[in-house]
Design a binder for this molecule. Structure first.
Ligand code: 5GP
Length: 209
């Protein structure tokens, strides 16, 4: 697979509740050449998560130490917790010729784009804002307060779609997956933000209640 820029670093971002983790997991499962970069976080581990697989769970002093050692390619505070991507991890996988998939919030995506102008960036959107609240409410691992905070931030995060190369609307997981694969194959015109028809569809979602 080759995308139009012939670059194998891919940033995927989305408001919380868009189904991003499911899509990224599917991508990595179905394509052995894709490597998911495991981030470090100060967030508490959820019961269904495994340290070293979903994240490297570390405390704030350790996170600060890694910042001061310039260990991270990017880092950001999201929902009150810190998240960061190790430089070493990206570099070693790219050197092996693997595709590296970074699942980041929009702040981290912006830092990576600044330093790696060739990277391919994809933003996911829900088909409606209502989908966001339904998905967030059905995730039993979060408390009511966490859900409310995530929903507020998710709606505000949607406005960052203009900063990405491609926007994929996740109205059906299999279709969204195919669209991402097409983008990575260099056939993502229908999802490109320069496609006027697509922009109209996106604006409808952004302006919906
Ligand atoms: P969660 O806590 O639900 O796993 O993730 C919360 C948010 O943090 C999501 O938007 C996710 O994409 C983002 N995130 C996960 N890892 C990183 C990272 O290494 N850097 C940045 N900037 N954001 C991350």
């Amino acid at each position: 697979m080759l995308n139009k820029k012939n670059n194998k670093l891919v940033v995927i971002s989305a408001p919380s509740g868009t189904g991003k983790t499911t899509l990224v997991n599917l991508l990595v499962e179905k394509n052995s050449e894709f490597k998911f970069s495991i981030s470090h976080t100060t967030r508490k581990k959820r019961p269904n998560e495994t340290d070293g697989k979903d994240y490297f769970f570390i405390d704030s002093p350790k996170f600060n130490e890694l910042i001061s050692r310039e260990y991270f390619a990017e880092y950001a505070k999201v929902f009150g917790n810190w998240y960061g991507t190790s430089k070493k991890n990206i570099k070693s996988n790219l050197e092996k010729g693997e595709w590296v998939i970074l699942e980041l919030d929009w702040q981290g995506a912006s830092q990576i784009r600044k330093n790696e102008s060739n990277c391919l960036s994809i933003f996911l959107l829900p088909p409606t804002k209502r989908h966001l609240s339904d998905r967030l409410n059905s995730r039993s691992t979060d408390t009511k307060d966490e859900i409310r905070q995530r929903l507020e931030e998710a709606v505000s995060d949607m406005s960052h779609w203009t900063e990405f190369d491609y926007v994929v609307i996740n109205d059906d997981i299999n279709k969204a997956f195919k669209k991402i694969e097409n983008i990575l194959r260099g056939k993502g015109e229908e999802s490109s933000i320069s496609n006027m028809q697509h922009r109209k569809r996106i604006m409808k979602i952004i302006e919906s209640n």
